[in-house]
Ligand binder design. Structure first.
Ligand code: HEC
Length: 449
């Protein structure tokens, strides 16, 4: 059988090109993250196809069909695996990219390998973004409303791009159809193509780490001692890496199964506060630093710069050296960007509204006890630009509060319903311990502590 195939396809030569090159001894699991990405991608494809057999991509049916999937143990497992897999994919792709960057492996002759990899990264981000909407729950719906709205800040064509993504001016069932097809067909096709090229280039050129060996060989050194044969030594290490990743994925999906929020409500009667997936927290936080006419910088300029830099990196960084000490500028700029993103992500996580504190707080602090109540219950109507702003301390205290005297503060009277209409308008009143906490804060002098 092998012989038959070999006579026709020359498998031996193919196998040799794949398996018969030596790899430096110091190669470690970081070098195999690309392979781990492939594993996670295959897992996503399998779980995704399984989910597609049950999922209904329509505004009326999506949420219920996901709930239905969750109603069986196997269904719920598959969905948890798919959702955790998305997180794994982002993390591993980014780590792989950082490793390649650190080693300067994008330089000549591997520019095209890098470009194909950059397309894989962008495709992965696209998959996460489109996949987020599919369960049609509040989180996904509102993250998509905000995410697609960002493009509308582009001058001139922005609104058209937004409407093209949404298939209309608002996020509806038509948007869901569009996202589903991009998620299921277009992006996977692009990713498979880019992956094929990426893999082909890697096979043709060998791993960048093997270059030293080739050079040593040219100098006539005996490379036997510095290297390991790919088969079976390195291959086993790769399989071990994948096994670790697989077990981590299965354990996390088993222990923390993916939940399902309330069904999407385009009128947002519950005043749901939009919140992106954690890997977009950094971007979300960064947007808060650009106000007024500067907002275009955060919404359009920086994201475009990011895409261009990632795609064109091999030509932007013209320093031919791969030695770390000869690349101080590239490495420090990259380190700054990574630290900045980690910091912004952390800040973004901190600023996500926390669940309401319960129980009466005797001496509340504004930031820890009072603001979260306003953030979750009031800001949808009393947000920036409204007559009475409840998202910052100054506006809250500028009127309606008499420090030391809750009974003469309109804010309390409104919360208790002594002045109609009672606040929060159209919702159940605050709990007594929340109101009492706000009272205590006013009794203490309504300080910005
Ligand atoms: C659904 C929208 C909505 C929500 C949610 C809401 N408000 Fe209001 N609020 C209004 C409107 C509209 C008015 C003006 C109507 C009025 O006072 O008669 C108002 C007025 C007020 C006023 C009086 C302002 C003034 O200067 O007269 C206070 C105080 C107030 N709200 C506090 C709150 C607080 C505190 C919360 C959260 C616990 C809250 N509101 C939630 C819509 C809302």
């Amino acid at each position: 059988m092998m012989k038959w195939l070999n006579e026709r396809l020359n498998i031996d030569a193919l196998m040799a090109s794949m398996f018969e090159h030596p790899v430096p001894k110091r190669s470690n699991f970081l070098d195999y993250l690309g392979f781990a990405t492939l594993f996670v991608f295959i897992s996503q494809a399998v779980t995704g196809i399984l989910l597609a057999t049950k999922y209904i991509p329509s505004a009326d049916g999506a949420w219920a069909s996901v709930k239905n999937i969750d109603s069986t143990v196997i269904g719920h497992c598959v969905r948890s695996l798919h959702s955790w897999g998305a997180n794994f994919m982002i993390v591993i792709v980014v780590l792989h990219l950082l490793r390649v960057f650190y080693e300067g492996a994008y330089k000549k002759p591997r520019e095209l390998t890098w470009v194909a990899g950059a397309i894989l990264l962008l495709g992965t981000i696209g998959l996460s973004f489109t996949g987020y909407l599919l369960p049609w729950d509040q989180t996904g719906y509102w993250a998509t409303v905000v995410g697609t709205a960002l493009t509308s800040y582009m001058p001139g064509i922005g609104v058209y791009i937004q409407d093209m993504m949404r298939d209309g001016s608002v996020v509806t069932g038509a948007t869901l159809t569009r996202f589903y097809s991009v998620h299921m067909l277009i992006l996977p096709a692009i990713i498979l193509l880019a992956f094929g090229l990426h893999f082909f280039f890697v096979l043709r050129q060998g791993m960048s780490a093997t270059d030293e060996l080739t050079e040593a060989k040219h100098r006539g050194e005996d490379i036997e001692k510095q290297s390991l044969p790919f088969w079976p030594n390195v291959a086993w290490r790769m399989i071990l890496t994948v096994a670790v990743v697989a077990i981590a994925l299965w354990v996390l999906a088993g222990v923390f199964p993916k939940g399902l929020g309330d069904a999407a409500d385009p009128l947002n009667k519950a005043h749901f506060i939009p919140q992106p997936a954690w890997y977009f927290f950094g971007v979300y936080q960064m947007l808060k630093y650009f106000h007024g006419s500067m907002d275009i910088v955060g919404m359009v300029v920086l994201p475009l710069v990011f895409v261009v830099v990632i795609l064109a990196l091999p030509w932007l960084d013209r320093n031919p050296s791969r030695l770390k000490r000869k690349r101080p500028v590239a490495l420090s700029v990259a380190a700054l960007i990574v630290l900045g993103l980690v910091f912004l992500t952390y800040q973004g996580m901190e600023s996500v509204p926390k669940p309401l504190p319960s129980g009466i707080v005797a001496h509340p602090s504004f930031a820890a006890n009072i603001e979260p109540i306003f953030q979750s219950k009031c800001i949808s109507c009393h947000g920036p630009g409204s007559v009475y702003v409840l998202d910052n301390y100054k506006d809250v205290t500028s009127k309606n509060i008499v420090p030391g005297k809750p009974d003469s503060s309109k804010l309390i009277l409104k919360l208790e319903g002594k002045i109609q209409p009672q606040m929060p308008l159209g919702q159940t009143p605050l709990k007594n311990d929340q109101i009492q906490t706000i009272r205590n804060w006013i009794i203490d002098g309504a300080k910005n502590n």
